[in-house]
Design a protein around this ligand. Structure first.
Ligand SMILES: Nc1ncnc2c1ncn2[C@@H]1O[C@H](COP(=O)(O)OP(=O)(O)OP(=O)(O)O)[C@@H](O)[C@H]1O
Length: 312
């Protein structure tokens, strides 16, 4: 279990993490979702004792990282850009880590097998691809068989096979009862792996919710209707038991109808002799829901209405 309590990190006058409270529970994957610069990496670094909170605290199984008697056995992490000596083989890197933490050579072989690096483990890791580097980072995180695991943007830059492998691994680790905390800036990625969702923007928690709930609330389809007879149509639709709301702030002919199919709406309009100018089924995407939620907390908005200057 990971628990943050008023966790805050300031860099000069920049507040990267702003008094956040959350709990990451065992047996499920908790997604940590936020746009670039939201504070995900800073939070994860504080969990791992690599950065110190300016205020508040974050604990793993009730203790700050520095107070864990055997940290590698309690928590493992795949954070960004691993510092591994390129001249050293994956095997020797893991063996060195294992030895300095009282972990057996047998466990080194085990984790190498687990991440599928058996064939290349004795080669110098300097020639490793990004995917192999990620696997090595994960092997190191798993070395002490910890109950708590953190992955910071683990699928970034990987090919589809690597992405699928990491997703499966993450889900399996949670199914074994471990606490799994995974960051991403992609809603679609979280929808595939996470059971629970913590959304962060500008250092603050914007949502703390079950994934199924988030999907149910945000991806429901609705039908957009435009009619020159919007008012009587709205009355008829409401009378039939469907939820009707204005479809637009500046178009009074537009309605948003929930719970009815396009056919039901068309039939009802026909039965009342009301004209329709549009009947469109709209599937809200989760990515849009996430963008709406974090719209005010994105650090750098791209101006899509501005032409890109020539020569850029
Ligand atoms: N060492 C540092 N010194 C100064 N500012 C920092 C430092 N580390 C992070 N920041 C700032 O803190 C904020 C949060 O950064 P952080 O890397 O935690 O965000 P993130 O959600 O992980 O984003 P990304 O997906 O881009 O990695 C950003 O505005 C960043 O510029």
């Amino acid at each position: 279990m990971i628990t943050a309590d008023g966790l805050t990190k300031r860099y000069g006058d920049k507040t990267a993490v702003d008094a956040i409270d959350f709990t990451v529970r065992p047996g499920s994957v908790t997604g940590f979702l936020g746009p670039n610069g939201a504070g995900k990496s800073t939070t994860m670094r504080m969990v791992m004792g690599l950065d110190h909170p300016s205020r508040g605290s974050v604990t793993v199984n009730g203790r700050a990282y520095r107070d864990l008697p055997a940290p590698l056995h309690e928590v493992g992490a795949l954070l960004e850009a691993k510092a591994i000596h390129g001249g050293r083989s994956a095997y020797n890197h893991l063996l060195w880590l294992a030895k300095s933490n009282g972990i057996s050579r047998k466990r080194v072989d085990e984790v190498i097998g687990l991440v599928g690096l058996g064939e290349v483990a004795r080669k110098r890791s300097g020639g490793f691809s990004l995917g192999m580097g990620q696997r090595l980072g994960i092997a190191a995180a798993l070395l002490g068989d910890p109950g708590v695991l953190l992955f910071d943007e683990p699928v970034n830059g990987l090919d589809p096979e690597g992405i699928r492998w990491i997703r499966t691994l993450i889900r399996n680790l949670a199914a074994e009862g471990r606490t799994v905390f995974v960051s991403s800036h992609l809603m679609s990625e979280m929808a595939l792996t996470a059971d629970h969702l913590l959304v962060i923007g500008r250092g603050r928690i914007l949502a703390d919710t079950g994934m199924a709930d988030f999907i149910a609330r945000n991806s429901a389809a609705y039908v957009r209707v435009r009619s020159p007879h919007a008012a009587p149509l709205a009355t008829a639709l409401t009378g039939a038991g469907w939820a009707v709301s204005p479809g637009s702030d500046d178009d009074r002919t537009a309605l948003r109808v929930e719970g009815a199919t396009a056919k039901q709406i068309g039939d009802l309009a026909g039965a009342h002799g009301l004209y329709l100018h549009e009947l469109t089924v709209v599937n809200a995407s989760l990515e849009e829901a996430f963008m709406r939620l974090t719209a005010d907390s994105v650090e750098y908005h791209a101006r899509i209405d501005q032409p890109i200057p020539a020569g850029v």
